[in-house]
Design a protein around this ligand. Structure first.
Ligand SMILES: [Zn+2]
Length: 211
């Protein structure tokens, strides 16, 4: 499959994940309680982050799919703040908070991602810089998806209105492409896998760059 083919395939998978994840909760009867909806929501956050990272690295080997898995776990993981804020493992308590829990502050997650990136830059460690980009994708895609219901929360300034559904889907599809654009702009070599590096060198010799 060509590099364009990988990216298009994963973009379509990302679109399908969004649409399916937003449709499935409507099929769950309210008598089944909150658990099925919470599991669908969590899995959708995981899938969105998984395919977003797959688009960025054009995943095609075990190492890159492992990165996709990790990105998905990072996206799912921030919902743990519901339980931390509720000081309870009860799903009912976690879903009944009066305010949004701290890891849903976009200001905070952007700051954490930036601090990780700066740390990687100072220590000159490519994997730390890669982790910062992964955190950014995982957490921002999660916030955009939640934002279709509650808006984006830029503490301490406030929240935006809820993101219209179509705009949320478009932003989700554009986010990995925006990251690719920025990485390309800064010629971020740390993002290229060995295979991609090899393809890059080959393409460069033919004057056809893959990204
Ligand atoms: Zn959330």
């Amino acid at each position: 499959m060509s590099l364009l083919g990988f990216r298009t395939t994963y973009e379509l998978a990302l679109l399908f994940t969004c649409l399916l994840g937003d449709f499935l909760p409507s099929t769950v009867k309210s008598t089944h309680g909150n658990l099925p909806r919470a599991l669908i929501d969590s899995s959708t956050h995981w899938g969105v982050a998984f395919f977003s990272w797959a688009i960025i690295v054009q995943a095609k080997n075990y190492k890159e799919f492992a990165e996709c898995l990790l990105c998905g776990v990072l996206a799912m993981g921030i919902d743990a703040d519901h339980f931390i804020a509720a000081r309870s493992l009860s799903l009912q308590a976690a879903l009944s908070l009066s305010s949004r829990p701290f890891l849903h502050s976009t200001t905070l997650t952007l700051s954490i991602s930036l601090i990780i990136f700066i740390t990687g830059h100072i220590l000159n460690k490519g994997w730390i810089k890669l982790l910062s980009v992964m955190c950014f994708i995982a957490w921002t895609s999660h916030h955009i998806r939640d934002g279709s219901r509650r808006g984006l929360w830029f503490s301490p300034i406030g929240s935006t209105p809820p993101i219209p559904y179509n705009l949320y889907v478009i932003l989700t599809l554009l986010l990995p492409l925006l990251v690719i654009f920025i990485l390309k702009l800064f010629n971020s070599d740390f993002m290229r896998s060995d295979l991609h590096r090899q393809l890059y060198v080959e393409a460069k010799s033919k004057n056809v760059l893959p990204i």
